[in-house]
Ligand binder design. Structure first.
Ligand SMILES: [Zn+2]
Length: 400
């Protein structure tokens, strides 16, 4: 049973229709995604208590009586990137979300969505993903004593990406035919069966968990808001979540400032950057997106409207960088700062090359590193057969 609806509701981002609980497939009747809105009991800074995502529980739509499903997500480091500082006086920080339990930012949202699933009595989580979402959903299902079903497109499965889902005990099922319609059917089915719960990125409870990244940055900077927040954009949920977090801090009177939000796509999967650059208002989806940054290889971003609003309201921008630039930035971050991220997470650093001249002097810039580099080792060419081989100290000294 739902315990307490009085503090929040779900509102359609497009038509404004309101819901007291998740409707069919977590979408509005008009097809658009929903936003969760706190309607009263706005938190104060003194309400923040504890560590990680649940430090901000007063801002989260979960009843105090519900059992929290957590693996200590959040509380990720905000690392000052001294060596890559690109302009005198500019402070560049990397928010390393790869240090979450399953190695990506998805855990922030998953702890809230899975706790919500538990709250309404669901026993099985369902998601369609071959990457970070399936890893996270599988781990939180295991933690919560629930089952996880991961749907993957038949014929397009990269085995390495499913390792985490498999080890956490998820049921991985291939879906033939048109993947989107198969997912839509599953979602409809799930809405009829309350024991099945969809945790794909349109789930508004996930966005609520992800927004806590913004609160953490605010606190880590000594209750200050950065000038720019730059992050990768695939399905476009995370940039929307960070914007929600920063906007809420302002709305609640904890600050009077918000950052400029800058979203970065891979050139081979950049429908949203293209829309923004052309000044259009409607998304044209891409059929065959292609990029080395697999975590943002998405041609039809589900939260594009929210993301566009975040960028326009914050006076930010959307841009694209190519695969060579992404791989160079990934290597720079690893070799200059000791931070190994997956390719998608290097897009902000690649974008800074284009943006740095427009930054004001003494700007504070935060780049969101969404996933750990260990997740996608296939993109780093290492041939162990070609490494130097020595058999005595003399040869070793020659090499060193
Ligand atoms: Zn609607």
């Amino acid at each position: 049973m739902l315990k307490d609806h009085k503090d929040w509701l779900l509102r359609c981002f497009e038509c404004g229709r309101e819901y007291e609980e998740e409707p069919i497939s977590s979408r509005c009747k008009c097809g658009e995604v929903l936003e969760l809105v706190l309607t009263k009991n706005f938190p104060k800074i003194n309400d923040f208590d504890g560590v990680g995502v649940w430090r901000y529980s007063k801002t989260l739509p979960i009843s105090g009586e519900t059992q929290i499903i957590t693996i200590n997500e959040g509380n990720t480091p905000l690392i000052r990137a001294e060596n890559l500082a690109f302009k005198e006086g500019t402070k560049l920080f990397v928010k390393n979300e790869g240090q979450n339990p399953t190695g990506s930012f998805k855990d922030r949202g998953m702890t809230v969505a899975v706790t919500r699933a538990k709250e309404i009595g669901a026993e099985t989580l369902v998601c369609a993903s071959t990457g970070n979402t399936s890893a996270s959903a599988s781990a939180y299902a295991a933690r919560g004593g629930m089952k996880a079903v991961v749907l993957v497109p038949a014929g397009k499965v990269a085995g390495g990406k499913l390792v985490q889902a498999v080890i956490h005990g998820a049921k991985v099922i291939r879906v033939s035919g048109d993947f989107d319609s198969a997912l839509e059917l599953m979602a409809l089915e799930a809405s009829r069966r309350r024991d099945l719960y969809i945790v794909n990125s349109l789930n508004p409870f996930r966005i609520e968990g992800q927004k806590t990244g913004a609160y953490e940055i605010f606190e880590q900077l000594g209750k200050k808001i950065p000038d720019y927040v730059i992050l990768p954009v695939g399905n476009a949920g995370n940039i929307s979540a960070y914007w929600k977090g920063f906007s809420e801090l302002k709305k609640w009177g904890m600050t009077d400032k918000t950052p400029k939000m800058i979203g970065v796509q891979a050139a081979g999967a950049s429908p949203l950057a293209q829309l923004f650059q052309n000044g259009n208002d409607n998304l044209v989806k891409w059929d065959n997106p292609e990029t080395v940054a697999s975590a943002i290889r998405i041609g039809n971003p589900v939260s594009w409207r929210k993301a566009l609003t975040a960028v326009r309201e914050s006076n930010g921008q959307l841009l694209a960088v190519n695969d060579q630039e992404i791989l160079k930035a990934q290597r720079d971050l690893a070799s200059e700062e000791g931070i190994f991220v997956e390719p998608a997470s290097a897009t902000p650093l690649a974008a800074i090359e284009y943006l740095k001249d427009s930054f004001k002097k003494n700007s504070v810039v935060v780049s969101i590193a969404t996933g750990n580099g260990l997740k996608d080792q296939g993109v780093i060419p290492v041939d162990s057969e070609k490494l130097p081989l020595v058999s005595n100290l003399k040869e070793l000294e020659d090499y060193i």
